[in-house]
Design a protein around this ligand. Structure first.
Ligand code: PGA
Length: 243
């Protein structure tokens, strides 16, 4: 972390939990949250649980996000949910372009670019090439003024749900690369401001060392965000200020 950027810890609940369970988890997080916490906490339940979680989080600062969003506002798009619909259900954020959306639902950079407009490798070269293509594709045609609230998540696909995490140094290298790409696209000022979260088997045991890296501004947490006690430990990471 870097004291000029507010860290964010985000829980991606994926396709887990029913309405009751999601509401209970939200209440447990609300109860366990340090009231003086200075950074942002966000949860992303499935669409069907958004409204219940929104109600459960009332009175807390925990932010709500959908796990995806369509690029059109309304129309004949069976199965899709629009930006204004998730906003209406209490969301301030939406995750777009998750690697599972790319892999399982065959989303392309063009599709992700459309969504962004509406609102695996650990062989070094390969990683950087993939990152460059994805960032250039997803941000194509977007001006810096349109991006004030964008938060980027870097997640090596081999680390998602596998229990294998990148070392803090590997993650830092990739984050710095992402920041440099953003600098190429949008200049130094924006690159220094944009928050980049790390994701892929983030746990209570590894969050502190990840957060000690200067370009890691938070985490996108899957499995570990489904257990209140574990996720609360991740949220309350030890603030060892990076060099
Ligand atoms: P994981 O998932 O923490 O279970 O690896 C992270 C993610 O896919 O966002």
């Amino acid at each position: 972390m870097n004291k000029n950027r507010t860290p964010m810890i985000a829980g991606n609940w994926k396709m887990h939990l029913n309405v009751k369970e999601a509401g209970e988890l939200a209440l447990a997080l609300k109860k366990g949250l340090d009231p003086d916490l200075k950074h942002e906490v966000l949860v992303a339940p499935t669409f069907t649980n958004l409204w219940a979680v929104h109600a459960a989080l009332a009175g807390s600062n925990i932010l709500l996000s959908s796990q995806d969003v369509h690029w059109e506002e309304k129309g004949a798009f069976t199965g899709a949910v629009s930006p204004s619909q998730v906003k209406d259900a209490g969301c301030t954020h939406a995750i777009i372009g998750h690697s599972e959306r790319r892999k399982v639902f065959l989303e392309t950079d063009e599709v992700i670019n459309k969504k962004l407009k509406a609102l695996e490798e650990r062989e070094a070269q390969q990683t950087f090439r993939v990152l460059e293509t994805q960032l250039t594709g997803a941000f194509a045609g977007l001006k810096v003024e349109e991006l004030p609230r964008v938060v980027i998540a870097y997640e090596p696909v081999w680390a998602i749900g596998t229990g294998k995490t990148a070392t803090p140094e590997q993650a830092q290298d990739a984050h710095l690369f992402v920041r440099r790409q953003m600098e190429k696209l949008y200049g130094k000022d924006y690159a220094n401001r944009v928050r980049i979260l790390y994701g892929g088997s983030v746990k209570a045991e590894n969050i502190d060392s990840l957060m000690s890296q200067p370009d890691i501004d938070g985490a996108l947490v899957g499995g570990e965000s489904l257990k209140a006690d574990k996720f609360l430990r991740v949220i309350h990471f030890q603030e060892v200020l990076a060099r």
